[in-house]
Design a protein around this ligand. Structure first.
Ligand SMILES: [Zn+2]
Length: 403
């Protein structure tokens, strides 16, 4: 379980600082290609080390010094009620080397995410279980960490910051067939980007992908980038698919939540994936504006990328995804035979009465609208490889059945 994640987000993208203006006024903000951007905040300093959360996607509510080698980190959600997604991310900056302890103190919900550690915010590994002591039903978790001469990041998941999202978007936008445009802004006025590709045929159908409504759901974001990389790749299948279908992608719908290390909500304290229908928030309004512009004959498939405790697809009920041929069952069956190392479930009745993206899209368009959920701790290499399988099977099935 302690395998190296080797998660390199932006290392090769440092040169991509601007989108080649595919539409007027559009420029993706990638001011900092480092994973770790500084922001102001509180910290705890002992003679041995300093603990802070003054960087993008960090979160600790407060901290207290127990002794020179032990600091308690208190964790609180942005507001309540809230799902059990207790995010944390702190940095330990050493003055001396050797073992120290961080005690995670949870106030609302207990420990969920296995601690990940990194020296540079880019290459991560799971902290060995022998160094994690879970007590008080998960409300008090002690991490034993070894300081070197370098800062050490400790986080619920590897950091996938807005800068990393935007660098990835900028890299996609360097392809001549990809358009990028700002579709709106978050409450704190961070840009929300859309990406499009345009088919060559008359009246193409559209596939839409959405990601990062929920900030801690990093594995969902990892799957989305791999999935999209496959569709925007140069294989014959991908080229044929893009020639026959329009594609619209919103990679990061909750940049404020990502920036602040939120457990789930936007700066309005709202779960964005309970606002599809009400559309009370600028982030979901931006998504709706994109949907409203989709041309006839309209959407044929909608996928929304998330994470939960296991790999699962939340779908429409079996036999009722709006397609006569049963896209959902066929897609998942075809993929399953090619992803033996990726066990996954399908649930056809998850949150059907709540205003999620899945419910909104299916009720409005009557097409498959699927929540693609990755397990929190699913192997990252498996996520990458299998997301590409799901992308290929989606493309070939839609080409067979929808053209
Ligand atoms: Zn989610």
């Amino acid at each position: 379980m302690n395998r190296i994640l080797a998660f390199i987000v932006v290392a090769s993208l440092a040169a991509c600082t601007q989108v080649p203006a595919p539409e007027a006024g559009t420029e993706v903000t990638t001011s900092d290609t480092s994973q770790v951007e500084q922001v102001e905040g509180d910290y705890c300093q002992t003679e041995v080390f300093r603990v802070d959360a003054n960087f993008s996607a960090a979160n600790m509510a407060s901290c207290t010094i127990v002794d020179a080698r032990t600091v308690e980190v208190f964790l609180k959600p942005e507001n309540v009620p809230i799902n059990i997604s207790p995010w944390y991310a702190v940095r330990l900056t050493p003055s001396q080397q050797g073992d120290v302890r961080i005690v995670l103190r949870y106030e609302e919900h207990p420990h969920r995410y296995k601690p990940k550690v990194s020296f540079d915010g880019q290459a991560w590994s799971v902290l060995p279980e022998s160094r994690v002591d879970v007590k008080a039903a998960g409300y008090r978790v002690t991490l034993k960490l070894s300081l070197t001469d370098k800062p050490l990041f400790v986080s619920a998941q590897e950091l996938f910051t807005n800068a990393a999202h935007n660098a990835w978007i900028a890299a996609q936008a360097s392809k001549e067939f990809v358009r990028v445009s700002q579709i709106g802004a978050s409450i704190e006025e961070r840009p929300i980007y859309g990406m499009w590709t345009d088919a060559d045929v008359e009246a193409p159908k559209t596939v839409m992908l959405v990601g990062r409504q929920h900030p801690p759901e990093v594995t969902g974001a990892l799957a989305m980038t791999s999935f999209v990389d496959e569709i925007l790749g140069d294989t014959a299948l991908a080229q044929e698919f893009r020639s026959k279908f329009d594609l619209v992608i919103i990679p990061n719908l909750n940049p404020d939540g990502v920036e602040h290390g939120h457990w789930r909500h936007n700066m309005g304290g709202i779960d964005l994936n309970r606002d599809w229908g009400p559309f009370t928030q600028p982030e979901t309004q931006a998504a709706k504006s994109v949907i409203d512009q989709i041309k006839e004959p309209g959407l044929v498939l909608f996928l929304d990328f998330h994470s939960t405790r296991r790999n699962v697809f939340y779908t429409q009920p079996v036999g009722n995804d709006g397609t006569e041929y049963g896209f959902t069952a066929d897609w998942l069956a075809r993929a399953r035979s090619n992803v033996s190392d990726y066990p996954f479930g399908r649930e056809g009745a998850h949150n059907v009465d709540l205003p999620t993206s899945k419910t909104y899209i299916f009720e409005r368009f009557g097409v498959p609208a699927i929540t693609y959920e990755l397990g929190d701790e699913t192997d990252r290499e498996v996520i990458d490889a299998t997301a590409k399988v799901f992308a290929r099977e989606m493309m070939s099935l839609l080409l067979e059945r929808e053209t």
